[in-house]
Design a protein around this ligand. Structure first.
Ligand SMILES: [Zn+2]
Length: 322
């Protein structure tokens, strides 16, 4: 399977038009990369990590969404894994014709259930070296899993997974996944695939400061280590897919850092303004690009904030060693 085809499919399904940014050619980016190479590795005290059960996570998810999104619609499309493929084949044939693409999209939309994001089935796993959290979208049969059709299909969720292993905050990870689902439901909520992780990372951070069990600190450490990995991995020689994957996370770090500084140092009024703007994005009234413009968020500015953090970390390490 060709990797670039996979990326094209992903973009068609979520409604993205591009997956590049000038930032990765800028001096700011190379400065950031320079500062994060050889970042002192920070150990986390993993015995402090709390394990939560499903009921507690769902309750927290519901609380957080109500607190930050108020009365906004929180429903996402949902289908049980594999439940629709047979019916699709029966109705549109094994190899559907182009004229039917639009109809297929409407049919899937009609046949999907609507549930609140925190009602999408949640599974808690305990697996080392796996993602901390994931949300899964419906997998369509081979012939239906084709760029032309994917463009017309609505995004449908099938489940959420939260990993309990080495997770500094299962609660914040769950919030991250909930926002992914809320954003995905408005296909084309951004034109740029590289912005996919931005809002989920930002709300994850907001959730971390609201939970008062030292999560923010471990979250910071976790993030700086991860960012350092992504920056070290990012290479122009990579195949296209890997490069985009690393770039997506680096972009999320720099943008969410920039927005978070404004949020955390801002008045209650500013916090409310940011919340309500994010509410407009998850309800499809605004797009990520509008939010970036409105609050003057840029990867360049975010990278400067992160460089200062890495400097501080190096100073602390220097003091410890001497
Ligand atoms: Zn994510």
């Amino acid at each position: 399977m060709k990797i670039d085809d996979e990326l094209k499919k992903e973009m068609a399904y979520f409604g993205y038009k591009k997956c590049t940014s000038k930032f990765f050619e800028s001096n700011d980016f190379y400065r950031l990369k320079g500062y994060f190479i050889d970042l002192p590795h920070i150990d986390q005290n993993i015995s402090n990590f709390k394990i939560y059960d499903k009921v507690t996570l769902i309750k927290y998810g519901k609380y957080f969404l109500n607190r930050h999104l108020g009365d906004a619609n929180k429903e996402v499309r949902y289908l049980e894994f594999g439940s629709l493929n047979h019916r699709l084949r029966k109705k549109f044939g094994v190899y559907p014709s182009k004229e039917n693409y639009e109809k297929i999209g409407k049919y899937v939309n009609k046949k999907s259930m609507y549930v609140n994001a925190y009602e999408v089935p949640l599974t808690i796993i305990n697996a080392e070296n796996r993602e901390l959290g994931s949300c899964y979208q419906y997998i369509f049969d081979y012939a239906f899993n084709e760029t032309g059709i994917l463009k017309k299909l609505p995004v449908v969720e099938t489940g959420v997974e939260i990993n309990a292993s080495d997770n500094h905050s299962m609660k914040s990870t769950y919030i991250h996944e909930l926002y992914h689902m809320l954003l995905f439901r408005n296909k084309g909520y951004t034109s740029n695939l590289l912005y996919e992780e931005f809002i989920p990372y930002f709300v994850q951070k907001v959730s971390s400061i609201e939970i008062s069990d030292g999560v923010l600190e471990s979250d910071n450490i976790y993030r700086l280590n991860i960012l350092s990995n992504f920056l070290n991995n990012y290479s122009l020689d990579d195949n296209y897919y890997d490069k985009v994957f690393d770039a997506e996370y680096i972009m999320a770090f720099v943008l969410s850092e920039n927005l978070f500084i404004k949020y955390i140092s801002g008045s209650d009024k500013i916090k409310k303004e940011i919340d309500s703007y994010i509410k407009n994005v998850v309800t499809g009234k605004k797009r990520i690009e509008d939010l970036l413009e409105k609050f003057n968020i840029t990867p360049e500015e975010g990278s400067k904030i992160l460089i200062n953090k890495s400097k501080k970390l190096r100073r602390e390490e220097f003091i410890q060693k001497n």
